[in-house]
Design a protein. Structure first.
Length: 283
């Protein structure tokens, strides 16, 4: 395609970073549809996934696979094509460059003086953060936790002192192992598990790590998950805080388990917490 043809469509040649839905196709933005309709081609992780989205939108475009396994020469050819073409970069879901290799393409395009435009939209970790109710004035997104047990623990220990909500991506099969590690390394913090985001069975479950372990051991989840860990407590929990924790613990644990867990964390007498838990059950 010539430069004249590209310009006639109204898009300046260059790279367009386009966010796509993370589940609900209705979350595509009008601007994203416009860019995808008028670009010269789409660089994507999986042409099958992106092909379904384009078909849903009634758009037909050339697609070029670009993922973590793409070779440097493929990236160089793609960047060179941006001198005369408008190329949209998308991920399988959500905002490109968030836990995917797209930053290398953006970095190379910037080095070559290529025009770069970012089209914002859906992002799974932002959606999970807003659903969780955990403090969001300061947060740290740390991508996927390592697969190996020691590396996972090392990473959690490294991040333990950060005064912010920690946000990770995780997969269903590894969730319980990660919760066990969090319970061991960061035992006094509330955790939220956000899954199936924007889909029919969207869920955001928040509780103490031990309660979530029991819940998901009996209900193995599937798919990708946003896993959030609250910041370190500023001071020893007060009795009022203990009751809030008890209410949340009762959503995933039996009465006796909830009382024991909250007592362990707060130092409040277990017998007192158990009696209050029974009252809460009756209310």
């Amino acid at each position: 395609m010539t430069e004249t043809t590209a310009l006639s469509q109204g898009l300046t040649p260059g790279l367009y970073i386009v966010a796509t839905p993370i589940g609900n196709l209705g979350d595509i933005t009008l601007r994203a549809v416009d860019i995808l309709s008028r670009c010269d081609g789409v660089a994507c992780e999986d042409t099958r996934v992106t092909g379904k989205l384009l078909k849903h939108l009634g758009i037909s475009k050339p697609m070029w696979r670009y993922d973590d396994h793409s070779e440097e020469r493929d990236r160089a050819r793609l960047v060179e094509s941006m001198r005369t073409r408008a190329v949209a970069l998308v991920s399988d879901a959500g905002t490109p460059l968030v836990s995917d290799p797209g930053y290398r393409l953006v970095n190379d395009a910037r080095s070559e003086g290529i025009s770069i435009t970012s089209v914002p939209g859906a992002c799974a970790f932002v959606t999970g953060l807003t659903l969780s109710g955990l403090p969001n004035d300061r947060f740290m997104f740390a991508g996927f936790l390592p697969q190996k047990d020691k590396a996972r623990r090392d990473m959690l220990e490294e991040l333990a002192g950060i005064d912010a909500t920690l946000v990770f991506y995780e997969t269903g099969p590894r969730l319980v192992k990660s919760l066990i590690a969090i319970d061991d390394v960061l035992p006094n913090r509330e955790v939220a598990v956000a899954r199936e985001l924007t889909k029919l069975h969207e869920e955001c479950r928040r509780a103490l790590p031990s309660g979530l372990i029991a819940w998901y051991e009996s209900r193995p989840p599937k798919g990708e998950i946003v896993l959030l860990v609250g910041p370190p407590p500023e001071e020893a929990p007060r009795e009022g805080d203990a009751e809030d924790m008890l209410v949340r613990a009762l959503t995933t644990m039996k009465t006796s388990q909830a009382a024991s867990e909250v007592a362990r964390i707060t130092g409040v007498e277990r017998k007192k917490l158990y009696a209050r838990a029974l009252e809460l059950k009756r209310e």
